[in-house]
Write a protein that binds this ligand. Structure first.
Ligand code: C5P
Length: 310
C-alpha cells in the first residue's frame, strides 16, 4: 500500500535584527538575531514515485531555477542526510552522499515548487532543506525528534535549524541556537530583489565585515525584551538593524538606488535581508505595502508584498 503524500510549506525569513558580534576561532561569526518567517513560501512535497523535480510555482518565477553545476542543492543534501538515517534503521551499510541521495530518491518522489528567489538573503535554500527533513522524517516514519532534526539541519547551513521551528526566534551562536519568541503585531514588508549577483555571496559578505560593522548584541537584547513584554508588541523602525547593511553597499555596488526607490514609495525603514541583496522596505500599513510592490512590479522589478510572522 502506498503511503499518502506529504506537503510542507517552506517559508522565506527576514532578520528583524542581525548583529554580527565578531569572528570565532572556528572561522564562523558569532550572531545575535531576531528572525521571523514571512508569507512568501516554496512548497515541498514527498510521495510515491522516485526522483527530484524542481519547478517554478508561478510563470514569473522561471528565473529561480538556476542549476548549480556539479553541486548538490540543499534539497538533495537533505534527502541524502535522511537516507543515511533510513539505511541505519534498515541495518544497511553507509554510503557516500551521492549514493545515499540515489538510494533516497528511489524511495520517495520529491517535488519542489519555487517562489522564493534564490541566493537572495531570504533563506530559501535552507528553508527547502528543512522542509525536506520534516517531510521525509514523516514519510519514512523515522521518528526523529525536533531537536535531532535541528542538529541535522545545522550541518546543511547555519540558518537551516531556524526553519525546522519557524515563527519568531532569537538566534545565537552561528545561527543554530534558538529560543522561541512571542509574535509582534503584524509586519508589512515590501521585498525588492535587485538584479545584483556575487559569487560565494554569504562567505564574501562575512569576510568584508570590519569591527565598525560589528554589533554588541544590545539591539537584539532590546527587541527580545520588547517581544517578551507581551504578545503583539509594536515593532518600530529603530528596532531593526543589519550588520551587513554597509558592507553590502560596497560588495554589490548599486544597492543605494534600490534603497532610495523603496524609501520613495513610503517605506519607514529599509534594511538588507540576511546577507542580501534583497532589501526589505518596512511599511506601517498593508495598503501602502501592496501599492509599493505593485508599482515596482509594473516597472519590471522583482518585488513581493509579504507579511510576518507566517
Ligand atoms: O552556514 P552557511 O553554509 O550558511 O555559511 C556560509 C558561509 O558563511 C560559511 O562558510 C562562513 O564563511 C560564513 N558564515 C560565518 N558565520 C556564520 C554563518 C556563516 O562566517 N554565523
Amino acid at each position: 500500500m502506498s503511503r499518502p503524500a506529504i506537503s510542507v510549506r517552506a517559508p522565506a525569513k527576514v532578520n528583524l535584527t542581525l548583529e554580527v558580534l565578531g569572528r570565532r576561532a572556528d572561522g564562523y561569526h558569532e550572531l545575535r538575531s531576531v528572525m521571523t518567517t514571512v508569507t512568501l513560501a516554496d512548497e515541498l512535497s514527498v510521495g510515491s514515485g522516485a526522483g527530484f523535480v524542481m519547478a517554478a510555482a508561478t510563470d514569473d518565477a522561471e528565473g529561480l531555477l538556476m542549476p548549480v553545476p556539479g553541486a548538490l542543492n540543499t534539497v538533495e543534501r537533505a534527502v541524502a542526510v535522511l537516507a543515511v538515517r533510513l539505511r541505519e534503521r534498515e541495518h544497511l551499510s553507509p554510503l557516500s552522499p551521492e549514493a545515499a541521495l540515489r538510494f533516497g530518491l528511489e524511495r520517495a518522489g520529491v517535488r519542489l515548487a519555487k517562489r522564493i528567489p534564490v541566493a537572495a538573503g531570504l533563506g530559501g535554500g535552507s528553508s527547502d532543506a528543512a522542509a525536506t527533513l520534516i517531510a521525509l522524517n514523516r514519510y519514512w516514519s523515522l521518528g526523529l525528534e525536533q531537536l535531532e532534526l535541528q542538529q541535522l539541519a545545522a550541518a546543511l547551513g547555519s540558518d537551516c535549524p531556524f526553519f525546522i521551528r519557524g515563527g519568531v526566534q532569537l538566534a545565537s551562536g552561528r545561527g543554530e541556537l534558538l529560543r522561541p519568541l512571542p509574535s509582534p503585531a503584524r509586519l508589512w514588508l515590501c521585498l525588492l530583489r535587485p538584479p545584483l549577483h556575487l559569487e560565494r555571496k554569504t562567505a564574501r559578505l562575512y569576510e568584508l565585515l570590519g569591527p565598525g560593522d560589528y554589533g554588541d548584541g544590545a539591539r537584539t537584547v532590546a527587541l527580545t525584551a520588547k517581544l517578551e513584554g507581551g504578545c503583539g508588541a509594536q515593532i518600530d523602525p529603530e528596532d531593526l538593524c543589519n550588520s551587513f547593511d554597509a558592507a553590502a553597499e560596497h560588495a554589490f555596488g548599486g544597492l543605494t538606488v534600490y534603497r532610495t526607490i523603496l524609501a520613495g514609495l513610503g517605506a519607514a525603514a529599509v534594511h538588507l535581508c540576511g546577507a542580501g541583496p534583497t532589501l526589505a522596505g518596512w511599511f506601517t500599513d498593508q495598503q501602502g505595502c501592496s501599492r509599493a510592490a505593485s508599482t515596482l512590479r509594473s516597472e519590471g522589478h522583482a518585488a513581493w508584498a509579504v507579511s510576518a510572522p507566517a
